[in-house]
Design a protein around this ligand. Structure first.
Ligand code: SIN
Ligand code: CO
Length: 392
């Protein structure tokens, strides 16, 4: 526990995580010089471009040319990169953005783990951008909390306290029509800027040609209330279909009175249906189950590769020797006895629950002394499904 605190202290520029949460989180920006000492980045520009050429990776190239914005979706190939302007100018530049780098790079997952003073349930992904001098995605705001960690090169960040958040019509990405700079900072390798949602910002790559700019965005999702409501109603519908809600019987109107208009939906009918629907109730346990399954559900483009059959005996031996980790793409959460892994729920108590709590918190467990046969079987099943890995 002490170790976690010390790590967070440097990452937050000496602030205790509690102070950061109380004074800055979701409230105001924070610039942290030297958040990670000697941070040289996690991958080279070529490696990032390589990722952007893979089918399973979400990437974009944003271009700015003569006052117009363009956005192309990956996967890309060598020609796409060869056709980019060799000598970008203020009027003709570009940036490459690669999402969910933590799903492909163990170092990316390890970097996110340093931010575990924020609950995993809020985590979105690690996005990495690359831009030559002058490149960027323009002035905009995001709907999530983000830590912008500078890798190689430099980036000039401008923020604005403006309340006018109107966007340029018809642009392929969200660009603010106006931007009034309130503050600006030049971030160098290892510096980090925290921004709460809806704060207007504008990052411009600054490079003398040697070290083009790479920025690591550690993003935390802040779901829209409407999205949560829609998803929750879907969850409730499943509960209804599985007869988990008490709504028995059929509509009854033994007390039906003669109406003046046969076509009118009478007040009595409305009142009876209303009384029935108000029987739909949910407990905090149901909300926890909804959140656990929804927030641990993999994004639509995530595919798990099942592991080749390994005999249970070999699995158990390897497990005892080197422990096991969540696959880079896995998301695990828990609430009381329920453990949610990639949208699926299982219930555990006692020592197995302690072990799974560690796995969910740290994404890795040493597993020398696991004796519990059902837990071993569960770990084995998750491993075969590709949810756990010996290599991540
Ligand atoms: C970038 O890394 O270029 C953009 C990050 C952001 O503005 O959210
Ligand atoms: Co942004």
């Amino acid at each position: 526990m002490q170790k976690k605190k010390n790590n967070s202290l440097q990452l937050l520029g000496g602030l205790a995580p509690e102070t950061f949460l109380a004074d800055y989180w979701q409230k105001k920006p924070l610039l942290i010089k030297n958040a990670i000492s000697d941070f040289a980045g996690l991958l080279t520009p070529d490696e990032l471009a390589g990722l952007a050429c893979e089918d399973a990776v979400q990437s974009r190239i944003v271009k700015y040319k003569k006052g117009q914005w363009y956005a192309d979706q990956g996967p890309f190939d060598e020609d796409d990169f060869a056709n980019l302007p060799e000598k970008p100018t203020v009027d003709n530049n570009w940036t490459l953005l690669v999402q969910s780098v933590n799903h492909h790079l163990p170092e990316g997952a390890a970097l996110l783990q340093q931010f575990d003073f924020i609950p995993h349930a809020r985590l979105d992904d690690l996005m990495v951008s690359y831009a030559p001098n002058g490149g960027g995605v323009g002035p905009h705001f995001d709907s999530y909390d983000v830590f912008l960690l500078q890798g190689q090169g430099k980036r000039l960040w401008r923020i604005s306290e403006q309340t006018d958040l109107s966007l340029v019509d018809g642009a392929p990405l969200r660009i603010l029509q106006h931007f009034d700079t309130s503050q600006e900072w030049l971030l160098e390798a290892g510096d980090m800027l925290y921004l709460p949602p809806h704060l207007a910002h504008w990052g411009i790559a600054v490079s003398d040609g040697d070290d083009d700019c790479m920025t690591y965005s550690i993003g935390f999702r802040a779901p829209k209330n409407q999205e949560l409501a829609t998803e929750f109603l879907g969850f409730m519908q499943d509960q209804l279909n599985q007869d988990k809600l008490v709504l028995n019987g059929i509509y009854q109107d033994a007390d039906l009175q003669l109406q003046d208009h046969a076509a009118e939906i009478g007040k009595e009918m409305i009142a009876k249906v209303s009384a029935n629907l108000q029987k739909i109730k949910w407990s905090n346990e149901a909300i926890a189950e909804f959140l656990g399954t929804y927030l641990s559900e993999p994004k639509a483009d995530v595919v798990f590769e099942p592991n080749k059959k390994m005999a249970m005996r070999n699995f158990t031996e390897k497990l005892a020797k080197i422990g096991i980790a969540l696959d880079l793409k896995s998301q695990m959460l828990f609430s009381t006895d329920n453990f949610y892994l990639n949208g699926e729920v299982t219930t555990w108590v006692g020592e197995p629950a302690n072990i799974l709590t560690k796995l969910a918190d740290q994404r890795y467990i040493e597993a020398r002394n696991i004796q519990d046969a059902p837990l071993l079987q569960q770990l084995y099943d998750w491993y075969i499904a590709g949810y756990l890995s010996f290599d991540s």
